[in-house]
Design a binder for this molecule. Structure first.
Ligand SMILES: NC(=O)c1ccc[n+]([C@@H]2O[C@H](COP(=O)([O-])OP(=O)(O)OC[C@H]3O[C@@H](n4cnc5c(N)ncnc54)[C@H](OP(=O)(O)O)[C@@H]3O)[C@@H](O)[C@H]2O)c1
Length: 433
């Protein structure tokens, strides 16, 4: 019995015990064909056409050693995976948890909010009791230990596009992964999947990309066989890519651009990245590998803005901003950390900076590091395997989803009821009698 399987069977939390009981009855049914026939519902869930198969027929799951427990795909089946998904409350997290839940995995969903409301929606991703929210304070080793104690897989999706007063890029992308990998290793977690980013490079001008490179190294200290996933830029229903341009267009007369809008991006659908992550858990070939996950087409930033303009039915004006000006602008609205140069200059004291930062700062909209990030194209380098190597054969295209993603940002109302014109005409005709 593999360590992963053993860990799956040894789970002890009440919610997890229910699955254990079901797993045992599944095994018993498998031992007795007659009872299996009577127990198997005639409408047993099967993978949908085009959906990756999981369960007893899937060689990947066999590779995990969970095939005796596994049933055909479905939230009520038992994949044998018990996964803790750090960063589950984010954009990618909901898709990862859903993919895990739909094959009958137990998913621990750590949250740092006071009441866990930001992970409550994830409960729907799994069968009753299979999605287990746990409060975690990342600074408290014991709480991290509790979050991974019963898991055989840990997935780290924690990340941030801007620094806050409490967390630098290095804290979020290097120190947190170090801690998660260290604790997971000590607790005997078998698989560690770490989400980094295309652009991760120890020599990058960008603090974010340097911290992402440091995070990959930190994880490999403890898990040389960790799978590193580097997405390019995610698009999806609640992304901060297309929606970012739509938001900027709504609030600014013109969007400042560096690089003349010629930076290249290869957006990838968030659901495809989540599926690739899930497939990597069970694929022995994914151990110790780095993947770069890009989409189906490379665009320039200007082309993305033009598409956003088309689908939000508005004119989006842009103007080129030199790097030096953009950096200054970014450091003024980039929050307290970006304003630290003012404190160092001795011109303004810390309390004034704190007051300025509270009034001026919009670091998620723009910050100085974003200027440095723009020097890196968000395109897979082709030096690493991509989506297809992780079983995602037909990635979703941006063109197929963009209209729905941007529907809420349209400047003009949708023509929901074209029959309104006919109704108006009919009313007029009737009135003339
Ligand atoms: N989105 C992209 O285009 C893109 C591209 C390349 C790589 N990535 C990487 O993919 C991963 C997931 O991205 P995403 O778009 O899903 O990110 P997201 O929506 O911003 O979610 C980030 C997650 O990280 C958690 N988090 C952030 N700072 C934290 C801290 N100091 N302590 C504990 N938790 C913290 C957040 O928790 P709270 O909800 O509590 O804040 C949230 O769950 C990240 O590592 C990101 O860098 C994303």
């Amino acid at each position: 019995m593999s360590a992963l399987r053993r860990a799956a069977v040894n789970v002890a939390a009440p919610a997890l015990l229910r699955t254990q009981a079901r797993a045992v009855s599944v095994s018993a049914a498998a031992a007795s064909p007659a009872s299996a026939a009577s127990a198997a519902p005639s409408n047993a869930l099967r993978p949908l056409p085009g959906q990756t198969a999981h369960g007893t027929d899937n060689p990947l799951m066999g590779g995990l050693g969970v095939s005796a427990l596994a049933r055909p795909a479905g939230r009520q089946s038992v994949s044998g995976i018990v996964a803790t998904v750090f960063g589950c409350s984010g954009h990618l997290g909901r898709y990862v948890v859903n993919h895990l839940g739909r094959i009958g995995s137990q998913v621990i969903t750590p949250y740092r909010s006071i009441d866990g409301m930001n992970v409550r929606h994830l409960k729907l991703a799994g069968d009753l009791g299979q999605i287990v929210p746990i409060p975690v304070d990342i600074a408290d080793m014991d709480s991290v230990r509790r979050a991974v104690a019963r898991s055989n897989v840990v997935i780290n999706l924690i990340g941030s596009r801007y620094e806050t007063h409490h967390y630098s890029f290095d804290d979020v992308h290097a120190k947190i992964p170090y801690r998660l990998a260290q604790v997971s290793k000590a607790m005997g977690v078998e698989r560690f999947i770490h989400v980094s980013a295309v652009g991760a490079d120890a020599k990058s001008d960008s603090d974010l990309f340097r911290s992402k490179a440091a995070g990959e190294e930190a994880v490999k200290n403890f898990y040389p066989d960790a799978t590193i996933i580097r997405p390019t830029v995610l698009f999806g229903p609640v992304d901060r890519f297309l929606a970012y341009y739509a938001y900027m267009a709504k609030h600014l007369a013109a969007i400042p651009m560096t690089q003349g809008g010629q930076r290249q991006v290869e957006p990838v659908f968030v659901g495809d990245v989540a599926l690739a992550i899930m497939n990597s858990i069970a694929d022995p070939a994914a151990r110790g590998k780095t993947y770069e996950l890009g989409g189906t087409k490379v665009f320039t930033e200007q082309e993305i803005i033009d598409l956003t303009a088309k689908h939000t039915v508005q004119n989006i004006r842009t103007f080129n901003m030199p790097d030096s000006v953009a950096r200054l602008y970014g450091s003024i609205i980039g929050g307290r950390r970006d304003l630290s140069w003012l404190a160092e200059s001795g011109l303004i004291g810390a309390p004034t900076i704190a007051a300025l930062a509270s009034k001026l700062s919009f670091p998620s909209v723009f910050n100085a590091d974003m200027v440095a990030q723009k020097h890196t194209d968000l395109v897979s380098s082709r030096r690493f395997p991509g989506l297809d190597a992780l079983g995602v054969q037909h990635p979703v295209t941006l063109e197929a989803e963009i209209e729905r993603i941007l529907a809420a940002h349209r400047a003009e109302p949708l023509d929901h009821f074209p029959e309104a014109e006919i109704m108006k005409r009919d009313a007029k005709d009737n009135a003339s009698f």
